[in-house]
Design a binder for this molecule. Structure first.
Ligand code: AMP
Length: 329
């Protein structure tokens, strides 16, 4: 995160002012949105509704089927929809850098005021106003503080959105970002009637048949480095096409190499477009995978990061393993 940001309390005031003073917002999250991105987008919609503002919710690919039940009748556009939608301010949620907005960037004029709300340590503080907290478990945790700052009223939906961001970005309250602060917030949100069991079941447990087939395919590629510290799996574009899957169907695949006894670094190579590999990196603590991803123009967190690399599978695997090897050098 870039050098000298104002105190978080000052950032909160600035962000609250930005929302109160604007009238018509475009709320954008990152490409291939995850639970925190979608629930933060929906939470922003609820915040702006309470503030009496107009807004449009969007990300490059829209709302993945998995999160449709969360949105109810709220619409998250994909970039092909409603090309003429007008707005005078932008809010980005969960985007570590401007490129993460994907094609939605083409809708945004350079001079448009932009509020950047995020928790990634690699966030470069793009935009006009930044609300950044690298020690927050999820962007939803940052939004919790913003909702309190704005003095808004909690309701079941708003609480559910914030809880969902916490739930998914902490891997079901298991990762090292599960702080006492996260649990205190979750506890307050449960008091607002969050359906915790339904959320855990639908977002963490349930798999489609296609997802299990993809898991089967991915696990058949499992490989281990000679020292046993790096394990990886891969999925090719033709696997995805053949099984009628989408890249969202691969969410949990990387946890298998990461969870192997003795493995420090788990990697998933998925060919999202022919010749382009999205690389998901997961560390058990020894390796800073945010740095590793940044070496390939990506980013993320110390223990979970990602990047995209062009090449054949063999080339991409070789490049990542060579760079990863330096982490132990
Ligand atoms: P993923 O492997 O897609 O689950 O991503 C793990 C973490 O890294 C998430 O916090 C992502 O937001 C972040 N991340 C993934 N890909 C990129 C990228 N190309 N640039 C910046 N951050 C990324």
């Amino acid at each position: 995160m870039s050098g000298s940001l104002p105190l978080f309390s000052e950032q909160l005031k600035e962000a609250a002012r930005f929302l109160r003073e604007g009238n018509d917002f475009l709320v954008v999250s990152h490409v291939s949105p995850d639970g925190d991105a979608i629930s933060s987008t929906l939470a922003l919609g609820e915040i702006l509704t309470q503030l009496g503002k107009r807004y449009t919710l969007i990300n490059e690919s829209g709302n993945p089927a998995k999160f449709a039940f969360l949105a109810g009748d709220r619409v998250i556009l994909n970039d092909a929809e409603e090309p003429e939608v007008s707005f005078s301010q932008v809010v980005t949620v969960d985007c570590a850098d401007y490129a993460r907005l994907g094609r939605v960037r083409d809708r945004i004029a350079e001079e448009t005021p932009l509020l950047n709300i995020d928790h990634h340590p690699t966030n470069d503080a793009f935009g006009t106003v930044a609300l950044l907290r690298p020690d927050a478990a999820a962007t939803a945790e940052v939004l919790y503080a913003l909702i309190e700052e704005l003095g808004l009223t909690w309701n079941r939906d708003l609480a559910t959105f914030i809880y969902t961001g916490l739930l998914t970005d902490t891997g079901g309250f298991r990762y090292s970002n599960t702080t006492s602060g996260v649990m205190k917030i979750a506890s307050k949100l449960l008091d607002e009637g969050v359906p915790a069991n339904t959320l855990a079941e639908r977002l963490l447990e349930r798999l489609t048949f296609t997802q299990v087939r993809l898991l089967q395919r991915g696990l058949s590629t499992l490989a281990l480095s000679p020292d046993g510290k790096i394990a990886w799996v891969s999925i090719t574009h033709s696997d995805i096409e053949e099984l009628g899957a989408t890249s969202d169907d691969l969410d949990n695949l990387v946890s298998y190499p990461r969870n192997i006894e003795g493995v420090e670094l788990g990697i998933l190579f998925k060919e999202t477009k022919p010749g382009i590999f999205k690389v998901s990196l997961r560390s058990n603590g020894e390796v800073n995978v945010a740095q590793l991803a940044q070496a390939f123009g990506g980013g993320g967190h110390v223990r979970a990061s990602g990047c995209s690399i062009p090449g054949t599978l063999d080339e991409v695997v070789a490049r990542v393993l060579e760079e990863a090897g330096k982490a132990w050098a």
